[in-house]
Design a protein around this ligand. Sequence first.
Ligand code: ZN
Length: 197
Amino acid sequence: MPQDRSELILSLFQESNALLRGHFKLTSGKHSEWYFEKIKLIERPLVLEKIIDLLVEQIRQDNLAFDYVISPAYGGIAIGFLAALKLNKLFAFSQRADEKMTIRSGFSGLDKSRAIIVEDIVTTGGSIREVLHCLHQKEVEVAEIYCLVDRSGGEVLFEGQPARSLLSLKVEAFEPEACPLCQQNLPLIKPGASDKK
Ligand SMILES: [Zn+2]
């Protein structure tokens, strides 16, 4: 990827406030310089549209045959829907019902079709694996998996391949005793503390 494109992607994520730079306390207790707040991706639709335009450009370049864009609820819906709109494809989403990932039967054209999966952020890949399982049951052929951000830096694999991502980076997390940001006395932020279960 040319440097100017990756800089543009980073600047758009920062403009959306989905990618924050500072000194964060993660739920694991470790500290990090970067924090993703994925709900922020959909809060500013005009910024998201610019991000989706870059994803759509990548999908077009891959030149795959597919009928549907599928995304997991909730964060993925706005992202996949916008991509499907721009690609002139059909759209469906998966959702959890009683903890189990399902796809509504109303998306009746989906069975035995070809699809791509579009997700917001891949961390462990759990949601995408569940979507893959749903799609296999419907005999849907999955042409490719895309995400905006691969937080595993390409380490999470789906059937042997990483997701195609706009931004792939593994964020380093430090034990508090060994945190260089603590050593600089930067104030520690605990993001999203109010709505975490
Ligand atoms: Zn620290």
